[in-house]
Design a protein. Sequence first.
Length: 363
Amino acid sequence: MTILHLISGGETGGSKNHLISLLQQFSTEEVVLGVMQEGQLSKEAREAGIQTIVFNQTSRYDLSFIKKLVSYIRENQIGIIHTHGPRANFFVYLIKNFVSFRWFTTIHSDPSKDFIKGGVKGKVFTAINMSVIRKIDHFFAVSHRFGEMLEGFGVPSNKISIIYNGISFDEPLMAPVEREDLGLNKDDFIVTMVARYHPIKNHPLAVEAVNRLRNEGVPIQLLAIGDGPERKRLEELKQGKDYIHLTGFRQDIHACLNVSDCLLLTSDSESFPLVLLEAARAKIPVVTTDVGGVHALLPSEDYGFIAPIGDVEQVTNALRKLYTLKVSGAITTIGENLYNHAKESFSLEQLEQDTRKAYKKHS
């Protein structure tokens, strides 16, 4: 039985990395990646040896894609379709009564917030999305909190498997770039944020926290790696502040983390942020808002700091504590603690085993 993982194909962040890492653990006879458009995901997937099919949907409203998808499922005897994201969910919902398969999905984000700030269109898409997910056979929730969220939407608990993200802690890290190459001062406190420039990531909160510490005399710099629809707004917030760096999209995330003192995540909603595991692999502590499954990774302040969502005061306090630990030389202990805990509990091997078990049990 072949499993088709279906996703829009335009992803560049955590969901892309999660999917490529997972599918690499399966043989080309077991899984195939289906994308609706060419992009960074399909390119990297092919380079990783993953069987990839591009359906070449001309626009997100191109319904001819449905016929292509149905034909592919029938011709290749697809037994499971595993969707990622509302766009993939919608099209699989449309074909569900015309071809036989088991339907799995991974919940990477809160579906009630996928189209935040989308105006009237966003409200319509949200309503459709919420209706569609109730038709799915089985859900992979990447944290217990997301499992509870699904139950709140009316999904029975027996249709939910809790499977945390995982990464490989064995692959070699990229050689670090020099701080000077990134426009960073050698001795400053470097806080890196790896996230799309999107409202749900709440970059303005990060900027405000950094501004407060700069006003206190802390030599902090913010390295914001990513891109997206909020770039113009962030450029406006950055004006006159040479300690805020908007790098745009970068491939060398590991290298950037290796020259950072900590990772910051200020999102209003997440599932289980893969970038926190990337920070753990780099042995740097994290400050994150209380989203998704972060408590499983950060059970105490010996591993990092969790602030309430939207609470700039608590984010500022946590960054201040880490700066104090950097000055004393104790910050590396937290990074080591985080690395050891993550390597033991959130490995790629564990992710693969849990995924296979769920397929077998619920197919």
